[in-house]
Design a protein around this ligand. Structure first.
Ligand code: THU
Length: 130
């Protein structure tokens, strides 16, 4: 199973009746295992969750906390950019040089890194006052 195949498959399970915009995400963890997630919307709109958040939750629930590769796919005009919150979530579990491939269902792909997606990120050092 490739990350692309996992993200493409899980996207079909997205619960997106309000936006009609289905997103699939797959991440590879340090063990090599792939974890996948899709967006899960809610009638109380702010309660919806992104595909990336679902994949990260699956990884953490399985006992892993280090991700080494990310793939995100949606049916959009250009490779889907993760939202700001998901950039911070990815940065929590992946190093700056971790590759993030953004894709459209038409086959357009763009690879970037967690660091390039979130320059100037908030991290634990910003809470160090000593
Ligand atoms: N969405 C994701 O799942 N991931 C992203 O990176 C961008 C947006 C979802 C959230 C919502 O369910 C729908 O796409 C429209 O914003």
């Amino acid at each position: 199973m490739t990350l692309k195949n996992a993200a493409t498959a899980v996207r079909l399970n997205a619960h997106a009746p309000y936006s009609n915009f289905k997103v699939g995400a797959a991440i590879r963890a340090a063990s090599g295992q792939i974890y996948a997630g899709c967006n899960v919307e809610n009638v109380a709109y702010p309660e919806g969750t992104c595909a990336e958040a679902g994949a990260i939750a699956a990884m953490v629930a399985a006992g892993e906390t280090q991700l080494t590769e990310v793939f995100v796919i949606a049916d959009c005009p250009a490779p889907i950019p993760p939202c700001g919150g998901c950039r911070q979530k990815l940065a929590e579990f992946g190093a700056s040089d971790v590759a993030v491939t953004l894709a459209t269902t038409d086959g357009d792909e763009q690879t970037t890194t967690i660091g390039d997606l979130l320059p100037g990120k908030f991290d634990a050092s910003h809470m160090d006052r000593s």
